[in-house]
Design a protein around this ligand. Structure first.
Ligand code: IMP
Ligand code: MG
Length: 432
């Protein structure tokens, strides 16, 4: 069985959680490699809805999951999700990398005070935690929590950060008192986390060597990648497929395929350029039918038509060979659907999105109009299989496949696990 990366092709929220849950039926291991609890992976299965922020989506099927070295690990969120899942009768079989970045309460407060407003972040402390990781003198890892030197390291870090914490109004009283309280909280996490921590690189590489089915679960999306997205309106990690290698410690040669996940349209939550953005009634129609409100923050998502220059950019950057196209049901009822096939920039046409904010703000999408579809009962079609889908839906999906040069393995028409129609190419992926 293959090692496969599942990656978002847009601005996150493509419904990677549902895709990973679907593929997890065959998977042995599901591995998160980037981000932290800024993610909002929704899985609807067995009549229940799970909104996961930090846990790998494998927990819903009770499969083994890994939080890799590239993850910003928030102990409080993890322990909360653990408790929630257990109270719903789910055992949690997860390994937390000792190399993961430790995200502390003050990272969340700094995010809310500094980055949140300017960039429209999720305020989960992601930016500040990765900032400290890169700065090194102010960062801590999960392994530090389990070191006998932890009290000293935490004190050193707080000394470096004291001015910043005071300026942001996060620390107002006595540093020594703040330190003691934090140390106490850390003690309580240590005991609860101890059974979960370990060496992600050993377990994942062993699984790959044994030809197990390893699924790497990307968080956020290509256009939110810190290096390749619409900087500075991005997250602080590598969301792209390459992040799976750096975020776990596996060779690029170990990855057999990359599945790109895209909605049948586009959404974005937070600030930044959005060439195909819609406003007015049409935007409301799609937002309401698609339930386009942030899983993590509840903010209404911005919505727009499908953007092929962006998807082509994603295919290129990630090496995407397979597509999962989601939320096709949301566009149902529209007479015509538009797709941006190119951008016009100062009289010239471009087929590939330039990932620069200033340029993206100026591009004019060139649209092609396709016939819409109107379906009352998708379950009926799901029972009959992909072949029974309306010609217009098939034409839409095939149009996208041709334009971006990748094969579709599944089409999603609802949030529930059953509402996914596999296509013949899924077999190709599973037999790799
Ligand atoms: P941060 O990751 O919280 O720093 O937020 C940076 C940007 O990424 C903001 O525009 C967020 O709305 C966006 N973002 C972060 N995580 C997700 C996600 O899982 N889905 C969609 N957008 C996200
Ligand atoms: Mg989400």
């Amino acid at each position: 069985m293959p090692a496969v990366v599942v990656v978002g092709m847009q601005f996150g929220d493509e419904s990677k959680g549902a895709v990973v849950d679907y593929l997890a039926e065959w998977a042995d291991l599901v591995v998160r490699y980037n981000g932290g609890s800024n993610a909002g992976h929704t899985v609807v299965a067995e009549g229940q809805k799970y909104k996961l922020h930090l846990m790998p989506s494998s927990v819903v099927r009770g499969k083994r999951g890994i939080l890799g070295a590239g993850v910003a690990f928030d102990p409080e969120v993890f322990l909360q999700e653990l408790e929630d899942l257990r109270s719903r009768g789910k055992g949690v079989d997860v390994l937390i990398s000792l190399k993961a970045t430790l995200l502390l309460p003050y990272h969340k407060e700094l995010d809310a005070a500094l980055t949140g407003g300017r960039l429209g972040t999720t305020k989960r402390g992601i930016g500040p935690a990765y900032q400290d990781k890169m700065a090194r003198i102010s960062g801590l890892k999960v392994s530090d929590l389990f070191s006998s030197n932890f009290p000293k390291r935490l004190r050193d870090v707080l000394e470096v950060k004291e001015d910043e914490l005071r300026r942001a109004g996060v620390l107002t009283g006595d540093l020594e008192e703040y330190y003691r309280q934090l140390l106490e909280r850390a003690d309580s996490w240590r005991e609860a986390l101890e059974p979960f921590v370990g060496d992600d690189h050993l377990e994942v590489n062993a699984a790959i060597t044994e030809r197990k089915f390893v699924l790497f679960e990307g968080a956020q999306g290509t256009m939110l990648d810190v290096d390749h997205g619409t900087y500075p309106f991005v997250t602080s990690s590598n969301a792209i497929a390459g992040g799976a290698c750096t975020g776990v410690g596996v060779s690029p040669l170990a990855i057999d395929a990359v599945v790109g996940v895209s909605k049948a349209y586009t959404t974005r939550v937070g600030k930044g350029p959005f060439p195909t953005e819609l406003t007015g009634d049409l935007a409301r129609y799609i937002r309401d039918r698609g339930g386009e409100y942030g899983t993590t923050t509840g903010r209404p998502r911005r919505v727009g038509w499908l953007d092929l220059p962006m998807l082509r950019y994603s295919v290129l950057i990630n090496g995407i060979g397979y597509l999962a196209i989601r939320k096709v049901d949301v566009l149902s009822g529209l007479d015509k659907v538009k797709v941006a096939v190119a951008y016009e920039i100062e009289g010239e046409e471009y087929r590939l999105a330039p990932p620069y904010v200033d340029t993206l703000e100026r591009v004019k999408p060139v649209y092609e109009e396709l016939d819409g579809w109107s379906v009352e009962d998708w379950s009926e079609l799901i029972r009959e299989g992909w072949d029974s889908f309306p010609e217009e839906v098939k034409a839409y999906v095939e149009f996208v496949e041709r334009e971006v040069n990748a094969k579709t393995i599944m089409v999603g028409v609802g949030p529930e696990r059953e509402m996914t129609a596999p296509t013949p190419a899924l077999g190709d992926l599973l037999s790799l």
